[in-house]
Design a protein around this ligand. Structure first.
Ligand code: NAD
Length: 309
């Protein structure tokens, strides 16, 4: 028997920055699967200047023309509570929050001004905080929710000229880690998408041959799956592009205890001697799934010092 299609009938989704690029693709796919969609977009420039209602209106029209349900919202994500209010006023509930809105203010580190730093953090990190926090009590009360944050390879790996953006994007991974824990008992799953797609943010960054292969529509199915009630993924970072997806994990080397016993002091010289083993992730590495595992591993090292070999 063929598996049923994934549907979102009766569910209400907010997609921020849904007037263009990736957010538009998410909104269109969710709308085509029965979700009522709040198409949020401030409609400003790539660097976050100005505003316009055009892009959000166009996506709403596209969803409606195919028989879907959608409403436009032109607020900045910095006023996230207003966006959630749009969902409640028009559709009476909120189930899914896709934090996607984003801007770039690329400069080499020495040239980043306070406003370049602050606006990038406001849109990406504070915007996701405000929008998600406004939805949170509703998700908890109904014991159901799906939340997506959008990080970037620039945060995971670093990228010249994007110190402000990298910091904000990896901040969202930290936010996701904790919300996945706080939301778990209320059936609120939180995950991070790390996309690579053709959009106005990447048109002058990606090589042209690669650019044309990276359609946002090839990432939307991953995000839409993560938003479905049957998807139990929680607290993960999923990298995706061109119809490929992969779970990203931070790993560490097994490390090295650099004291001989519990009464021995540590010295810079003992650290130096152990440094090749402390920093070697090429032969063996481990992935820790929680802070409890990290604490458990630390206790094991302390115990081993109490009865050295
Ligand atoms: P995009 O510029 O096409 O779309 C971003 C949208 O967000 C725009 O329509 C813009 O008007 C809107 N927006 C900006 N500031 C806003 C605000 N304050 N409030 C509401 N809306 C606002 O770019 P995209 O490539 O589709 O980017 C979507 C997300 O994916 C961003 O968070 C971006 O950082 C992230 N991202 C994209 C790529 C990529 O390869 N395209 C890679 C890594 C991360």
């Amino acid at each position: 028997m063929a598996e049923e299609n994934l549907r979102f009938d009766g569910r209400v989704a907010v997609v921020t920055g849904a007037g263009a690029g990736l957010g538009r693709a998410y909104a269109l796919l969710l709308g085509s699967r029965g979700a009522s969609v709040v198409v949020n977009d401030l409609g400003g420039s790539r660097s976050g200047d100005g505003k316009s209602s055009n892009v959000a209106d166009q996506v709403v029209q596209e969803i409606k023309s195919k028989g879907g349900k959608a409403v436009a919202d032109y607020n900045s994500v910095i006023d996230g509570e207003k966006i959630i209010q749009t969902a409640l006023e028009n559709f009476g509930r909120i189930d899914i929050v896709v934090n996607n809105a984003g801007i770039l203010r690329d400069k080499s580190f020495a040239r980043i001004s306070d406003s370049d730093w602050n606006l990038v953090h406001d849109v990406h990190l504070k915007g996701a905080f405000k929008t998600t926090q406004a939805a949170w009590p509703h998700l908890r009360q109904q014991k159901y929710g799906r939340v997506i944050f959008t990080a970037s390879n620039s945060g995971l790996y670093g990228n010249f000229g994007q110190a402000n953006y990298s910091a904000a994007k990896l901040g969202l991974v930290g936010l996701n880690n904790t919300l996945a824990i706080e939301g778990r008992s209320s059936n609120i799953n939180c995950n991070v998408i790390v996309p690579t797609a053709a959009s106005r943010l990447t048109e002058d960054i990606l090589p042209p041959d690669l650019y044309k292969e990276l359609k946002p529509e090839l990432i939307a199915p991953v995000v839409v799956w993560l938003c479905h009630e049957s998807c139990q993924e929680n607290g993960s970072v999923i990298e995706s592009a061109a119809g490929w997806a992969s779970k990203y994990a931070l790993v560490r080397s097994p490390g090295k205890v650099f004291r001989k016993s519990i009464t021995d002091n540590a010295s810079p010289e003992s650290v130096r001697a152990a440094w090749p083993e402390i920093t070697d992730v090429t032969k063996r590495f481990e992935h820790l799934g929680s802070i409890e595992e990290a604490t458990g591993s630390l206790l094991t090292h302390i115990e081993s010092l109490k009865s050295p070999p």
